[in-house]
Write a protein that binds this ligand. Structure first.
Ligand code: FES
Length: 106
């Protein structure tokens, strides 16, 4: 498995917060939603918008460019104009630090 990368401490990534980290040139958005951590690629599958700067409604992130919605729990594309899901990444907490890893190339 690829290396785990530190995102933030649990305190820094409180409920409702988000952080974007660069993992080997892949931008990953990590969310604390209801005390659970979720991570998706921070690139809209419609036309490359940065999802993490969009509004979060429940567990749906709204792309700030053209309004497509994605579920942050599983990366599913929920509304047009995006039809392809975004990738989800594993997240863990290690000794109080939230970590993510890019598992696609293992
Ligand atoms: S770039 Fe995200 S909806 Fe178009």
């Amino acid at each position: 498995m690829s290396d785990w990368v530190n995102v933030a401490t649990e305190r820094e990534l409180a409920d409702g917060q988000r952080r974007v980290v660069d993992v080997d040139d892949v931008m990953i958005a990590v969310f604390n939603y209801g005390g659970e951590y979720y991570a998706i690629e921070d690139v809209c599958t419609h036309d490359g918008g940065e999802l993490a700067s969009g509004e979060l409604e429940g567990d749906e992130i709204i792309c700030p460019r053209h309004g497509a919605r994605f579920c942050i729990r599983n990366g599913k594309a929920l509304t047009a104009p995006a039809y392809e899901d975004v990738h989800c990444f594993p997240v863990r907490v290690d000794n109080g630090t939230v970590q993510v890893c890019d598992d696609r190339f293992d």
